[in-house]
Design a protein around this ligand. Structure first.
Ligand code: NAD
Length: 362
């Protein structure tokens, strides 16, 4: 009888401990160190299907263990293709239960941008580290809420800026850092492709569409990474050649940035033009990249004859492995939430400038 009572009391203590600590922090405290972290992809659209899931077959520090989807048919296909157990398959509604799943260490949010904030915050509250696709969110306020949720839940937040993990991009970042050709004078940066879809989220303002957040962040990153500086002002102009498709959001955005050192950048992004290049003119030389933000094959040259052409097996696999190592070793991420926020701060200023027709301070 006494023993039974003691058992009852100890199970009570455990139960109240479990309510005091979230399920996930209890699990984290007792979990053995893993060789590979478990990733759950949220949103099984194009990028998850064609790029991230295949890359997760090549990663060494993480693997695909879970999915979150609103489409039962997709759950069936993924379950079979990637051998995902039923217990690791969630819907958008029951997603928060992921907190009690020790298989899943990282939640990778691959949804339309307007949904990033909600799912990043829910993942953080569930005690999971978070990877979030670009653009981080439609507003600075969203980005700040996401960073704060991850900080207060003591989880890391990485933005899916795959290019920053690419040695070809790192090569021109190094030129700025080392001032190999002196100061940067002028950057020309462009990223665009022809998108003929009419009802996708990219054409929908409420879902976070518009070319600026989508391809525009690559043009912007080109300028920011080429100078190694943050812009202090911007003047921008939006336009469309297909108002029947681009009713709510811009088809093309052109923007000019001023940097503290005096460097300037002319940037273009479009859903109506195939373009992807970067030219950096320094005091004593130049660097040209084309393409500058492809999934593969980014390459370029420098005025002193240096060729930038480092082969890379999978940008996304490298990105996820490096971000996982930062989580495992508790070191700095290459592109944390703060880096996503830096871009969105400029994106907000760009839209302000379009509205006012004036230059906007950042
Ligand atoms: P997609 O439209 O192909 O997929 C979006 C997914 O979200 C789908 O599975 C869809 O079912 C789901 N979804 C849930 N609610 C939705 C809603 N209300 N409206 C629309 N879709 C909804 O988009 P995608 O191209 O895979 O893009 C997803 C994210 O990945 C975006 O943030 C995008 O910018 C990013 N992305 C990044 C890269 C990169 O190179 N880093 C490339 C492509 C896309």
């Amino acid at each position: 009888m006494l023993l039974e009572r003691r058992d009852f009391l100890s199970s009570l203590t455990l139960a109240s401990a479990a309510t005091l600590f979230t399920g996930s922090s209890l699990l984290a405290a007792t979990a053995p160190k893993k060789d590979k972290l478990g990733i759950a992809l949220v949103g099984l659209g194009y990028y998850s299907t064609d790029l991230l899931a295949p890359a997760l077959q090549l990663t060494e520090k993480c693997h695909l263990v879970g999915i979150v989807t609103g489409t039962p048919a997709k759950a069936e296909t993924w379950k079979t293709k990637y051998n995902i157990p039923d217990k690791n398959i969630y819907t958008y509604q029951n997603f928060d239960r992921i907190a009690n799943n020790p298989d899943i260490d990282i939640v990778y949010v691959v949804l339309p941008p307007s949904m990033h904030r909600e799912f990043v915050v829910r993942a953080a509250k569930a005690g999971k580290h978070v990877f979030c696709e670009k653009p981080m969110a439609p507003s600075v306020a969203d980005c700040e809420a996401m960073i704060s949720a991850c900080k207060s839940n003591k989880v890391k937040l990485a933005i899916g800026y795959r290019c920053q993990h690419d040695p070809n991009i790192q090569a021109y970042m190094k030129v700025a850092k080392e001032q190999k050709f002196g100061k940067v004078k002028m950057v020309n940066s462009a990223a665009g492709y022809v998108d003929n879809r009419t009802t996708h989220w990219k054409q929908n303002k409420a879902l976070g569409g518009g070319v600026m957040g989508d391809m525009g962040v690559y043009a912007l990153q080109g300028a920011r990474l080429a100078t190694g500086e943050e812009p202090i002002s911007v003047i921008a102009q939006a336009s469309t050649t297909r108002p029947e498709i681009y009713k709510e959001v811009e088809e093309t955005m052109m923007f000019m940035l001023d940097f503290p050192s005096g460097a300037r950048a002319a940037c273009q992004t479009s859903f109506g033009i195939n373009m992807n290049h970067l030219q950096i003119n320094y005091e004593k030389g130049w660097v040209k990249m084309e393409p500058q933000s492809g999934y593969s094959g980014n390459k370029g040259s420098m005025s002193d004859g240096t060729i930038i052409n480092f082969p890379i097996k999978s940008q996304q696999a490298k990105q996820m492995d490096e971000d996982c190592l930062a989580i495992m070793n508790n070191t700095d991420l290459i592109a944390p939430g703060e880096e996503g926020l830096r871009d969105i701060r400029v994106v907000e200023a760009i839209y302000k400038s379009v509205k006012s027709g004036q230059s906007v301070k950042i």
